[in-house]
Design a protein around this ligand. Structure first.
Ligand SMILES: Cc1cc2nc3c(=O)[nH]c(=O)nc-3n(C[C@H](O)[C@H](O)[C@H](O)COP(=O)(O)OP(=O)(O)OC[C@H]3O[C@@H](n4cnc5c(N)ncnc54)[C@H](O)[C@@H]3O)c2cc1C
Length: 302
């Protein structure tokens, strides 16, 4: 019997079926809902065996095959699995999310409908000082009165903006024009459908500590659903993507120096990975600093 003659059943995961339609709260008014999924770990294997043939079964078990495919970036079997989510998110998070072009999405229309009066108000501990190392990030906490002042201002400005929005609608201003007065903290909502390969790419970027915390919490909810639907693929993703480190050519040279007994600083010097500026001051960013951070990650790994 050829592969195509095998009886076909729709792959389903009962634990995932129980997640469908369940709102998982995120931030102050947001949520993630798994609307539907198509396929699971078995669908990845099913697709892969078309290319590699039934003989593969005897060589590798399903788990080994999925891990092999992910490790070697054999992408298309992962595209056979699809996820559809309903997501409610602040506009400033949506602007980051929408940059992932390999998904299909349908967004709430503020031209057609009235925007609900819901804006994101972060907890005080999330209002922190500008990072000096990462221009796109936050660092240590602020004096409580500074964080409280910002939070109060955000709430006041958002309420005033919504009052002006409502007044504009009342006065007959078109919804598509009136909405422009609302700040980025207001919420939008969309259906988002994506295949597993591109979803893993999204997660690799948006679970990363370099991404803004507010999109990371959404990514973590999405990841939870993926883990339920495709536990083997997700474990492989954790092992070979999230938990992996890439080494540049210079970093490989530095690793060789380390293996030959050099200190990290000496290894950086040997490999031309700078740690100090021309005037001798230590650098806080750059290839050398990032290499030392990689060594720290390796030391910290369990
Ligand atoms: C921490 C962080 C900071 C960021 N900062 C900024 C910023 O300051 N400013 C800014 O503008 N963006 C910023 N971005 C967005 C970033 O540049 C990407 O647009 C976003 O992460 C989507 O990545 P992607 O293109 O790989 O994903 P997708 O759009 O999902 O695409 C997946 C893959 O498909 C391929 N692909 C898709 N479309 C094309 C295409 N048209 N041409 C060629 N290949 C394509 C690429 O290989 C791509 O990696 C940031 C992202 C992160 C994670």
């Amino acid at each position: 019997m050829s592969e195509g003659d095998a009886p076909m059943i729709r792959p389903a995961v009962s634990e995932a079926d129980r997640l469908i339609g369940v709102k998982r709260p995120v931030l102050s008014h947001g949520f993630v809902v798994l609307v539907d999924y198509m396929g699971n770990d078995a669908a990845i294997v099913q697709a892969a065996r078309v290319s590699y043939g039934p003989g593969t079964k005897s060589i590798r078990d399903d788990r080994g095959l999925i891990r092999y495919l992910l490790r070697h970036r054999h992408t298309t079997p992962f595209e056979m699995v699809e996820f559809k989510f309903l997501v409610r998110l602040p506009i400033y998070v949506a602007r980051q999310w929408v940059r992932h072009r390999t998904a299909s999405l349908n967004e709430f229309s503020a031209r057609y409908s009235i925007v609900p009066d819901e804006f994101d108000l972060p907890p005080l501990e999330d209002i922190r000082r500008q990072s000096t190392r990462n221009r796109q990030g936050r660092a240590e906490s602020l004096p409580p009165e500074v964080a409280e002042r910002f939070r109060t201002d955000l709430e006041r400005v958002s309420r005033e903006a919504y009052a002006a929005y409502s007044a504009a609608l009342e006065a007959g201003v078109a919804r598509e024009t009136a909405r422009t007065i609302l700040p980025l903290a207001y919420y939008t909502q969309w259906y988002w459908k994506i295949d597993l390969w591109n979803l893993l790419h999204f997660l690799s970027l948006r679970l990363d500590p370099h991404s803004q915390e507010e999109i990371r919490v959404y990514a973590a909810e999405i990841a939870r659903a993926v883990q339920v639907v495709c536990p083997v693929a997700y474990e492989a993703f954790e092992d070979f993507v999230l938990g992996s480190l890439t080494l540049s050519r210079k970093e490989r040279r530095a690793i060789r120096a380390l293996l030959e007994g050099a200190t990290p600083e000496k290894a950086c010097a040997v490999a031309d990975l700078p740690l100090t500026r021309d005037d001798g001051r230590p650098m806080s960013t750059g290839e050398g600093v990032e290499f030392l951070e990689k060594l720290d990650r390796i030391r910290a790994s369990s």
